[in-house]
Design a protein around this ligand. Structure first.
Ligand code: AMP
Ligand code: FE
Ligand code: FE
Ligand code: ZN
Length: 278
């Protein structure tokens, strides 16, 4: 029995509605799916309502502040409503709005006229961000695809990149724990660390804030990487997690549950994580 503990819907930068995502999970034979839209829980209610015979785990994915490399945190069992982390999500939404305006202004200045309204129409409800800007750039013929939009213009270091204020690792993990949720370090390769001592330092630090899991099973990982990360998790007293990071058409070639074809996240990982839920 397989599960998928990392996915995105139209409430962030996925192309399936929460209801479509849940029915896709059911068709793929999954027993549980976590909806982890960036910085929002807005899709959870719709997903839960569509959960007929399949478990929907409410969650979100946060980007955490770091000097270099991308540190993302998948937060499982974060319920919609009020709470320490839930309340901070609203602030993150607000900061996204001003940042998106700065990005479209910069693109316009660079000869690619684009408006915030066009981005909002593309995004619909929920978190609005660079993938939606990229999609509008593709539609307007400025770039051939979303990846090129990032590589040439939107990625960190590219001409139209604008920083946004993020939670620190201590804040993000701490708030998740205070909110009764289970924080998991997402796709650890994006940290950009290849030295074992450096990885050990980071995992020790994150563990001291309360980190519970590490995403060892991920679409782009080969089996030896999945085994390696699962072993790393075990050695640092963390639980292995896993998910496809399915985004529909926003990330081509990744299927819910199976990733690029060979992903299979066992139900036993979910059960171990569930036991750590406060
Ligand atoms: P934002 O939340 O607005 O900062 O956008 C970040 C999101 O954009 C990530 O979570 C990914 O889904 C997507 N993304 C980041 N880098 C790339 C890239 N190089 N190509 C395609 N999508 C990307
Ligand atoms: Fe995304
Ligand atoms: Fe991520
Ligand atoms: Zn993700």
């Amino acid at each position: 029995m397989a599960v998928d503990l990392h996915s995105h819907s139209t409430y962030s930068d996925g192309s399936d509605t929460p209801a479509e995502l849940v029915s896709r999970a059911r068709e793929r034979g999954l027993t549980a799916v976590a909806l982890t839209d960036h910085d929002t829980l807005e899709g959870v209610e719709e997903a839960t309502a569509a959960a007929d015979g399949i478990e929907v785990i409410p969650g979100t994915e946060l980007s955490l502040q770091r000097l270099e490399g991308g540190m993302h945190l998948v937060v499982l069992w974060l319920s919609p409503g009020r709470g320490p982390l839930q309340d901070r999500l609203a602030e993150l939404q607000y900061a996204r709005g001003s940042r998106n305006q700065l990005i479209v202004d910069e693109l316009t200045r660079l000869g690619m006229p684009i408006t915030l309204d066009e981005i909002l129409v593309e995004a619909g409800d929920g978190s609005v961000g660079r993938p939606h800007i990229a999609a509008v750039m593709v539609r307007k013929g400025y770039v051939p695809d979303i990846k090129t939009a990032f590589d040439l213009w939107l990625a960190n270091g590219a001409p139209a990149y604008v920083k946004r204020r993020l939670l620190t690792p201590e804040e993000g993990i701490g708030l998740a724990i205070e909110s009764g949720a289970v924080p998991v370090l997402a796709h650890p390769h994006t940290l950009g660390i290849n030295r074992a001592v450096e990885m050990a330092d980071i995992l020790d630090e994150l563990k001291s804030y309360g980190l519970i899991g590490l995403e060892a099973h991920y679409s782009t990982y080969h089996q030896h990487e999945r085994d390696g990360y699962a072993d790393l998790a075990r050695r640092f007293g963390l639980l292995a997690s896993g998910g496809s990071d399915y985004h529909g058409t926003y990330k081509q070639g990744i299927e819910l549950g199976s990733g690029h074809g060979d992903l299979a996240v066992p139900e036993s990982l979910l059960e171990a994580l569930r036991e750590r839920r406060q």
